[in-house]
Ligand binder design. Sequence first.
Ligand SMILES: [Mg+2]
Length: 270
Amino acid sequence: VWERIWLIREVDLSTERIVTGLIGFREAIGQDLSGVELFVDFDGTLARIVDDPAKAVATPGVIDALDRLREDLESVTVVSGRPVEFLRSIFGDSAFRLVGLYGIEEFVDGAVVVDAVAESWGTLIGHAAAAADAAGIVGMEVEHKRLSLTLHYRATPEIADAVADWARAHAAESGLEARRARLAVELHPRVDIDKGVAILARVGAATRTVVFVGDDVGDLAGFDALDALEQSGLVAVRVAVASGETPSELIDRADIVLDDTDAVLHFLAT
Ligand SMILES: [Mg+2]
C-alpha cells in the first residue's frame, strides 16, 4: 500500500497529468459534483475478473460507495457488455442507470428497453450460439447473451487463434460483427452502437463533467466519446483500470490510471 501511495502525483487534470495509484473521486474531480456524470464499466472495473463469468460479483462495498457518490452526482450509469438482466442481478433496484450489451439494452421504468434494430438480429445470434456450441473447439466457453454472443477462452489461452478464426469465419458468413474482448471474441449485431454511442446518447444538457471508468478494449469507444465531449467544451476524465490484460492504448489515453479493482473501490469511496 505504501508503495502505491508513493506513486500518487499531484493531480491537475488541466495539464493532463496521469496519476497512478490510490486517489479519491473528490480529490480528482473536485468537491462540487453537481453537473458531473459518471459512467462505469462492470467486469474488471467494479468486479474482479473471474474464470467463470457467471460467478462475477461486485467488489464488496463498491455498490454502497457508488450509492453514496450518486447522491452528489447528476447520474451514475453502469455501461457493460453484459445483458441488463445480469446487471439487475448485481445492482437490484439501485438508482443507477443500467445499460447492457454495450448500449443495446437499458433498464427503464421497470422494463428492459432494447434497440429495435439490434432486436431484429436475435434469430441470427441464436443460430450463431448453436453453431458455436457445435463447433467442437475444446475449451471455448459460449456465453449466449441473446442479442450478442461471447466466446471465452480465459482458461485455455492456447485456443485464442482457433476461436478468433471461427468467429471471423462465422461473422463473414452470417453478417454478424466479430469484436475482440478480454480473453474472448464476441459476435454482435451489425448496429452502430458501442459504449461511446451509449454515453453520448445519455449525457444531459446541463452536464459539465463526464467521467468514464473502464478496463477493456470495448471501453476505448467510451474514451472516444469523452474525447468528443471534450472537443465540445465539457471536462472529460478518462479513467483506466490497469491489469495485465488491459490494452496499452487505454492506459496511454487515460487521465487517471487505477491499479486494480481495489483501487477503483478506493476511488469511488473517497
Ligand atoms: Mg471491463
